[in-house]
Design a protein around this ligand. Sequence first.
Ligand code: ADP
Ligand code: NI
Length: 218
Amino acid sequence: MNKDLMIEKTKLFVKDKLEYEGSGHDWFHIERVYKLAKYIAQKENADSFIVEMSALLHDIDDWKFSNTNDTKTTVTENFLKSINIDNESFKKIIKIIQTISFKGGVVDSTQHTIEGKVVQDADRLDAIGAIGIARAFTYGGSKSRIIYDPNLKPIDFKSLNEVKNSQNHTINHFYEKLLKLKDLMNTNTAKEIAQKRHKFMEDFLNVFYSEWNFNEQY
Ligand code: ADP
Ligand code: NI
């Protein structure tokens, strides 16, 4: 099977699996990350095939939806075997997928290849800006979290279980993760895109607090 066909098969596989996912990992998230990753890969001279495949498959075996905190990628591995991908590509893609996730900042997600850096940047870009804000509240809603509680102190997570089970308000997620992402981008291409998205989140939070405290200017 040639590489273009493999990518098309992967798109169909992922679309079928994630079409109705309701916590912000739906097919459209994958499609946005895929397009961003492809764009950044071209700018940064990364191997487009590895980047495209990893972007498409990065949320198939998500740690948050399993009962354990391991990084098993069984579904992805079985799929890659089913399309007879070469061994070298298999290893590269699995390595990226197993290490890409932020996981509350409590595990090492450093990427050592340009392909991993590109996919991680694309996934992180989709977590910030207007889309990032929408996704945060969607995720929070899926966990029955409230929008904001000024009496709750910000939590600094120490373990994966704390990240997974916290009953914090969703505004806290901006401080534990979203506002940190701009400085965690790997590539210059992503750093540039992140500036605007970051500024939009800061503006959003300022307006949010001023509405909350009813101190808008009329
Ligand atoms: P990553 O792949 O970096 O681990 P996640 O899978 O944790 O990203 O997050 C998927 C989406 O859900 C992102 O937009 C993220 O910001 C959002 N999200 C994750 N955890 C929370 C949370 N505790 N509160 C609100 N949004 C969250
Ligand atoms: Ni993702």
